[in-house]
Write a protein that binds this ligand. Structure first.
Ligand SMILES: Cc1cc2nc3c(=O)[nH]c(=O)nc-3n(C[C@H](O)[C@H](O)[C@H](O)COP(=O)(O)O)c2cc1C
Length: 400
């Protein structure tokens, strides 16, 4: 394989120091790096450090006569196989979303015809601000890939999403971009369900479960990162909305099925929601009062089986249907039975017994069960499970 090269744009954030480690990692993987630093970035790391580690000249001035003669800014924007923005500041993302070009970094991003990968890094409030949400959604819709940000403690002392992905994660995302073209979902539609459902007993009580929605939300992020039109039908959860995905909130299993059916046709459907198996036959319109003469009797009826309904649909069946099996015992055996019973193409099985820490946790050990057999993945973060799964599904789709 030809040696790949990255044009690394370093923005002006605290995380700029991590870009030095990123350059080192890329070089050890045989990936060439040329860097552009914004004026603000120079407040955090020196061009000398970046030049020494990359072994290449560092660019920064749009109007430098010598640079423009040596390598014009348009040529620079197309000189590498991939453009990586790390750290991608709120400011740089805003410029990208709006097509601004008032310095070398933003001009290069507007002039390039190459794929762009951003690693956002900012204070949690900046990341959650409506303007940043809009800008991130815009750039991902434009086909920009994204790695991170992660949850964690910030340099400013606050905690939450906004911390730049670790250099090793960014390096892995860069290598994924260089992988064969199968790993793209540009022009494809992916439907994902996530979270629990709440089945009302009366206006203030419901039947629910402990699903956090984290795995389904991570899958939605991974689908967006591969360029898919991503629809996330979500039960009640308290998670930040994945940028770039169209999120449709629902409460009940019946509402979830209806929305899923309305979103067909799609290329891939992934049912990661923990749908309640039963609902109360006739939920009370008024709050049920304690009578002092024992507990009320609740008549339960079965909820629709969303996975089976979509996987066996006579028309508009998605090309690939994936179910999740949350089990507390005989995980693989039960997943095999589920694969056969539901008519789906793949079951992602995981152990959700309390000792596993999967429910609500940030990592997962999954087994992929298909007609071809069982593949067990090591314990991974839910984000890594999501990225690997979407990579796999993209490859399966391109082979159909
Ligand atoms: C100490 C310090 C740390 C900063 N860290 C960040 C950061 O992590 N992310 C961010 O988006 N902006 C951060 N900023 C603000 C940016 O530096 C500022 O918006 C700047 O204009 C960004 O320029 P650039 O996008 O051209 O690099 C920080 C500012 C200061 C003073």
């Amino acid at each position: 394989m030809d040696k790949k090269s990255v044009l690394l744009i370093i923005g002006g954030g605290i995380a700029a120091f991590k870009s030095l480690e990123l350059i080192r990692l890329l070089k050890t993987r045989g990936i060439g790096v040329t860097a552009i630093m914004t004026k603000a970035a120079e407040q955090f790391v020196t061009p000398l450090s970046v030049a020494s580690l990359s072994g290449n000249k560092v660019y920064g001035d749009l109007f430098s006569l010598t640079d423009e003669i040596e390598m014009g800014h348009i040529e620079l924007s197309r000189s590498a196989d991939l453009i990586v923005v790390a750290p991608a500041t709120a400011d740089l993302i805003a410029k990208m979303a709006n097509g601004l070009a008032d310095d070398l970094a933003s001009t290069t991003l507007l002039a390039t015809d190459k794929k762009v990968l951003i690693a956002p890094a900012m204070n949690v409030r900046m990341w959650q601000h409506a303007a940043t949400r809009r800008n991130v959604a815009k750039v991902t819709r434009d086909g920009v890939a994204m790695v991170g940000p992660n949850d964690g403690e910030m340099a400013c002392g606050e905690f939450g999403p906004g911390r730049m992905a670790e250099p090793s994660e960014i390096a892995a995302a860069i290598e994924a971009q260089f992988a064969p073209a199968a790993r793209t979902l540009q022009g494809r539609k992916v439907l994902i369900t996530a979270g629990p459902t709440h089945e009302p007993i009366d206006p203030v009580r419901y039947i629910g479960n402990n699903s956090s929605g984290k795995q389904g939300y991570a899958i939605a992020e991974a689908a967006v990162a591969l360029g898919a039109e991503t629809v996330l039908v979500s039960g009640p959860v308290s998670l930040p909305l994945p940028p770039g995905a169209q999120v449709m909130p629902v409460e009940t299993a019946q509402a979830m099925l209806k929305l899923c059916e309305e979103e067909l046709p799609c290329d891939i459907a992934i049912f990661a929601a923990a749908v309640a198996d039963w609902r109360v036959a006739a939920a009370s319109d008024e709050k049920i009062k304690k009578t002092g003469s024992g507990a009320p009797k609740l008549d339960l009826v079965e909820n629709p089986d969303i996975l089976k309904t979509i996987a066996t649909a006579k028309s508009k069946r998605p090309k690939i249907v994936v179910g999740f099996a949350a089990e507390t015992e005989n995980v693989i055996e039960n997943a095999k039975k589920k694969l056969a019973a539901k008519g789906c193409d793949l079951i992602v099985a995981n152990d959700v017994s309390p000792a596993s820490g999967v429910m609500g946790g940030d990592s997962n050990t999954v087994h992929l069960v298909s007609a071809k057999g069982v593949e067990t993945w090591p314990r991974l973060s839910k984000r890594d499970v999501a990225q690997r799964l979407m990579d796999r599904l993209a490859a399966m789709l391109s082979a159909t």
